[in-house]
Design a protein around this ligand. Structure first.
Ligand code: E4P
Length: 218
């Protein structure tokens, strides 16, 4: 499963890119707005830092506006993935942009039927929002299971990009279902590294090594 980070904060992205474990980045208008920076400066910085797909979302809601904005976004870098909303106009734009060679991430997916339409429109990625389902007492992860079945039934190439991830268990469950990508906020990604028994075990090994008086170097 690929790991994308769900942020527009360039410092957090640089920090994670240094681990060698980062496969891409997703942004959305809310995340960009939070940085207080110019959208295109943010995108340029991210695309210079990460080789994988960097999702940049259109804000037009009509087909013509989305296509025009997508053209501008695609000029930023070759690894821009144009993010369009899962609406009629968004899927029409997805089809035409994909045919024109763009990488397209269809966002704001909340049902298996919507995911099926996005795959038929040739989306590179479908972004089902699981946390926002959980927020209204619906099982977000069931949506991922259903989309996996549908896409496998028909060998769709569209990658399932699990979005709106809130905690490490979401990441593990997405991986067990066989999602292609999980986009994770930096704070949740940081938690994936941690286990108290790792810390405890390391402290015990180091204490015993100290007692032995030996050194690997010198
Ligand atoms: C990713 O592409 C989405 O924009 C993001 O995961 C939404 O997450 P949220 O529901 O926590 O805002």
């Amino acid at each position: 499963m690929k790991f994308f980070v769900d942020t527009a904060d360039i410092d957090a992205i640089r920090d994670l890119a240094a681990t060698g474990l980062l496969d891409g980045v997703t942004t959305n208008p809310s995340l960009v707005s939070k940085t207080g920076r110019d959208f295109f400066d943010v995108l340029k910085d991210i695309c210079e830092t990460v080789d994988g797909p960097v999702s940049a979302e259109v804000t037009a809601t009509d087909y013509d506006g989305m296509i025009t904005e997508a053209e501008r976004l695609r000029k930023v870098a070759d690894n821009i993935a144009v993010k369009v909303p899962l609406t009629r106009d968004g899927l029409k734009a997805c089809k035409d942009l994909t045919e024109d060679g763009a990488t397209v991430n269809v966002t704001l997916c909340f049902s298996p039927a919507q995911a099926l339409l996005a795959a038929k429109a040739g989306a590179s990625f479908i972004s089902p929002f699981i946390g926002r389902h959980d927020d209204i007492a619906q099982d977000g992860m069931k949506l991922i299971e259903d989309i996996r079945v549908i896409y496998d039934n028909y060998d769709f190439d569209t990658e399932i990009l699990v979005a709106s991830v809130r905690h490490p268990l979401h990441v593990v469950q997405a991986a067990m279902i066989g999602a292609d990508v999980c986009t994770v906020p930096p704070a949740v990604l940081a938690k994936l590294f941690d286990h108290p028994l790792t810390d405890k075990g390391l402290a015990a090994f180091l204490a015993d090594w100290e007692k032995s008086g030996q050194k690997i170097l010198g």
